[in-house]
Design a protein around this ligand. Structure first.
Ligand SMILES: C[S@@+](CC[C@H](N)C(=O)[O-])C[C@H]1O[C@@H](n2cnc3c(N)ncnc32)[C@H](O)[C@@H]1O
Length: 239
């Protein structure tokens, strides 16, 4: 493959991260965010890809990554445009095998294919980023299905956000038979619900999918989805 990934440009004021996100994390990580982080820790503990290299896309400072998670892998490569987040992540006790690469796999329509070509032995974790960055042509589901089918990957991501508090905040796992309205109705019961659709519902198209509401700040909620894929056996392994 002759094309290469474009450079990842530093930013401190990106709408999906940046200084505002750091301030929120400092303020809420032991309060509003603690239950959500506990749920993410469960999802990540249950994810056991058979790869020794991990590529982390959009980890920020690793606020949502449980202690010791990075040490599960022989090598961790992080793609994170926020320099403050990179510095913070690198200081974690489990970051001994962490390095950063300044490549943007989310910018172009071939980005995920180029990522797979650059890291063919890796498992990929999209760390709450695909609901924040628009898909560069088509949808993230199509791009993942077409370009990342050979690699194990997992993602947690916002599927919808709203100002209304849910009645139920217990995490659930669904087989993928429900549409978005039916899924929202499991948490927000009755009445009118106005949501911002992040266009990542049932990411990758194949269940099961897990869900939990996350109160990111007072008066604002996200419904976060988790899903993972094993990846197809590599062609030479099939022969
Ligand atoms: C909503 S934050 C999620 C942070 C963290 N993973 C968490 O779960 O708390 C999204 C992160 O994606 C990063 N990001 C934005 N564009 C990106 C890109 N093109 N490639 C990699 N990361 C990106 C942002 O800098 C930010 O740290």
């Amino acid at each position: 493959m002759t094309a290469s990934l474009p450079p990842l440009r530093n930013h401190l004021l990106h709408p999906s991260g940046g200084l505002v996100y750091h301030l929120r994390a400092l303020r809420h990580r032991h309060g509003l965010w603690a239950g959500f982080h506990h749920t993410v820790a469960g999802w990540l503990n249950s994810w056991q890809p058979r790869r020794r290299q991990l590529v982390l896309v959009g980890p920020n400072a690793g606020h949502a990554l449980p202690a010791g998670f990075l040490a599960r892998f022989d090598e961790v490569v992080a793609l994170e445009p926020d320099p403050l987040a990179r510095g913070w992540l690198a200081r974690r006790p489990d970051a001994g095998r962490l390095r950063f690469v300044a490549l943007d796999c989310l910018a172009g329509p071939e980005g995920l294919a180029l990522l797979a070509a650059a890291f063919p032995e890796a498992a990929i974790l999209f760390s709450n980023v695909l609901g924040q960055v628009p898909a560069p042509g088509g949808s993230w589901s199509d791009l993942l299905r077409r370009q990342l089918e050979m690699l194990p990957w997992a993602s947690y991501h916002d599927v919808a956000s709203t100002e209304r508090a849910p009645q139920c905040t217990t995490p659930i796992t669904l087989d993928g038979g429900d549409d978005l309205d039916a899924t929202l109705a499991r948490f927000w019961h009755g009445g009118r619900l106005t949501v911002n659709d992040h266009e990542t519902f049932q990411l990758g198209g194949q269940g099961p999918f897990s869900y939990v509401p996350w109160q990111i700040i007072p008066g604002r909620w996200q419904l976060v989805e988790w899903t993972c894929r094993d990846g197809q056996p590599r062609p030479e392994a099939q022969a």
